[in-house]
Design a protein around this ligand. Structure first.
Ligand SMILES: [Zn+2]
Length: 320
């Protein structure tokens, strides 16, 4: 139970007399409240990947609520009244930033939330969306331009940045557990480093001429940039932006001309588009990538590490 602030005695006028049995019942209710976790600080996140990082760092010491259910497109999400209630109860709000959550500012204002907000990509180099330039490598500072590619978690080095920022914020929220949080974060960062080396070995096993792919939006640019995969986007960086007939025709001719081995369409994208490109360009279509969301509980993509391993195995199998 949360500690109540001191209340003037006059306000107790309507409280019934505290008989021993009532005192006992109030005690049981308080114990039940603590047992089901009401006393834990609530951390609200805007994305399944962020919730996984909070869980890795803080375990059961905090309650985590992710506003977005799995497989929901974060770019065009429309917050619900339950989200406003969750944010109003939060001890910490964790966001991705780089323009992933254009609706978050409105939500925080509607909830009257005045607490801490951590933007996990603050301080990272953001990449311009692929559709804004033909070649990779045009980087911009985050905050300079809200039209940057927001999918920064698709680079394992960036994931370490997220974990450090989130760990620092969690230590402020539950200072008594700071040592444990820092040690959990360090152990998790070691796992990210190990996976980074593993992914590099896996990608290096693909013949260099075949290290290219098409995705349904720019969601894998950070991955391509880090591990040397050329990403050919279908349309802009937001899944809601469907390609025009002209863009689709250009894509099909690019896939044919460059002998792109496979086209990857994500769980959050429109399956009709994938079928059309596959039919017209005569290439393999893979639909099992987790990009904008982790997968449901029990799926290979249910955690960030599982999502990354699954995506790499799927990419390598299709491109080799
Ligand atoms: Zn996206």
């Amino acid at each position: 139970m949360r500690c109540a602030t001191a209340t003037p005695l006059d306000n107790f006028a309507i409280v019934p007399e505290m008989t021993p049995i009532r005192t006992f019942l109030f005690g049981v209710l308080a114990w039940l409240g603590a047992a089901v976790g009401y006393s834990k600080p609530l951390v609200v996140t805007t994305h399944t990947v962020l919730s996984d990082f909070v869980h890795e760092i803080a375990g059961d010491d905090v309650e985590v609520t992710c506003l977005l259910p799995v497989n929901i497109d974060p770019h065009s999400y429309d917050p619900r009244p339950a989200d406003v209630r969750a944010v109003s109860r939060a001890a910490l709000v964790v966001m991705n930033g780089l323009g992933l959550e254009p609706w978050a500012e409105r939500l925080v204002a509607a909830a009257g939330y005045k607490g801490a907000i951590v933007v996990a990509t603050d301080g990272l180099e953001g990449l311009l969306p692929l559709s804004d330039h033909e070649e990779h490598g045009h980087a911009g500072r985050s905050g300079e331009n809200d039209a940057l590619d927001p999918h920064a978690w698709q680079d394992l080095r960036n994931a370490k940045h997220y974990v450090q920022k989130i760990a620092n914020a969690l230590c402020q929220v539950v200072p008594s557990r700071a040592d444990a949080f820092r040690s959990n974060a360090a152990a998790y960062e070691a796992k990210l480093d190990a996976l980074d080396a593993e992914v590099r070995r896996e990608i290096d096993s693909i013949p260099s001429g075949r290290r290219k792919l098409v995705t349904s939006h720019d969601s894998l640019q950070y991955l391509g940039n880090r591990y040397g995969l050329r990403i050919v986007p279908v349309a802009g960086s937001r899944p809601g932006q469907e390609p025009s007939a002209r863009q689709l025709a250009e894509l099909i001719s690019t896939v044919r001309r460059e002998h792109v081995p496979a086209v990857f369409f994500e769980a959050t994208s429109n399956p009709k588009l994938a079928e059309l490109v596959a039919k017209e360009a005569g290439v393999t279509v893979v639909r099992e990538l987790y990009t904008d969301s982790l997968g449901p509980t029990g799926s290979p993509g249910a955690t960030y590490l599982g999502m990354f391993r699954h995506n790499i195995a799927t990419l390598v199998a299709a491109l080799k």
